[in-house]
Design a protein around this ligand. Structure first.
Ligand SMILES: C[S@@+](CC[C@H](N)C(=O)[O-])C[C@H]1O[C@@H](n2cnc3c(N)ncnc32)[C@H](O)[C@@H]1O
Length: 260
């Protein structure tokens, strides 16, 4: 029996205290991934969509302009409060909020046409369980979109990324590599239709301020950056002020007729 309670309490406390800053975060509010997701979905006035780990709700707001209704789902009640207020402010009365963990979705099987998760899976205690839930609640043939920061295949670069992420935010679990994503999605019962890679620049000050990273951890991140090899600093385009650039991905997939 998997027990994710203690980890999820950390996720909740990290995000609940900063819900508003995820609404206003430029990194989250904008992105070619959102544009591409919208293009791939098109207008689907009959469709019911799920945004899993909705955070400040940026995928939710985009979906709400395309589909019949969107369930914005998150561990954090405070995040959901921010999303409900913002949806109201935008006149979107087709957004419904629901609280819970990805790994135990309280939704009926085959009840969604579209499911999205953006910048959330790297916080999940049990990604295979969450993806299996996502597959379960999708109708066979339903569309799924997975957006997240990915780790490089190289062990050196991978370790370096995870170390920085964890120092910045104790609710970080792990960024999967593209190869791991393919395996996870095949196992969960999805067929990958397209993979689009992006580069995402993280401005150092806003990146640490958004998570209220303790000063000792900020110094540890700076120290790691100082001692990183040229291979690392080149790959992540580490800048003078500590800003750096990571890989991210949008994977579009379909739910198989027979679950994984
Ligand atoms: C970086 S924010 C998501 C950003 C948002 N999706 C967007 O597009 O702007 C990560 C969110 O995932 C949520 N989260 C983390 N682990 C979760 C889990 N196991 N189940 C549900 N939500 C989770 C957090 O509470 C947080 O609100």
């Amino acid at each position: 029996m998997i027990n994710n309670d203690t980890h999820n309490r950390i996720v909740d406390s990290q995000f609940s205290a900063r819900a508003q800053s995820y609404l206003t975060s430029a990194v989250h509010a904008n992105g070619a991934d959102l544009d591409q997701m919208a293009d791939l979905i098109g207008q689907r006035p009959e469709a019911i969509a799920l945004d899993l780990g909705c955070g400040g709700g940026h995928a939710t707001y985009r979906l709400a302009t395309l589909v019949n209704s969107v369930v914005a789902y998150d561990l954090s009640e405070q995040m959901l409060g921010v999303v409900a207020d913002e949806a109201r402010r935008r006149g979107m009365n087709n957004v419904i909020t629901k609280q819970g963990a990805a790994e135990s979705l309280p939704c009926a099987s085959a009840s969604f046409d579209i499911a999205v998760t953006r910048y959330s899976t790297h916080h999940w205690y049990d990604v295979p369980a969450g993806l299996a839930q996502m597959r379960r609640v999708l109708k066979p043939g339903g569309l799924a979109f997975f957006m997240d920061v990915t780790s490089p295949a190289s062990p050196l670069l991978n370790t370096w990324l995870q170390a920085l992420e964890l120092l910045r935010d104790p609710s970080h679990v792990r960024n999967a590599s593209l190869g791991e994503w393919q395996h996870l999605l095949n196992t969960a019962g999805f067929t990958v239709r397209s993979v689009t890679a992006f580069r995402l620049r993280l401005e150092f000050t806003t990146w640490v301020e958004r998570m209220n990273t303790p000063e000792s951890h900020v110094q540890a991140i700076r120290s790691l950056q100082q001692f990183a090899s040229a291979e690392v600093t080149d790959y992540f385009s580490v800048e003078q002020d500590g800003s750096f650039t990571v890989d991210s991905v949008l994977i579009a997939a379909q739910a198989n007729t027979i679950p994984g």
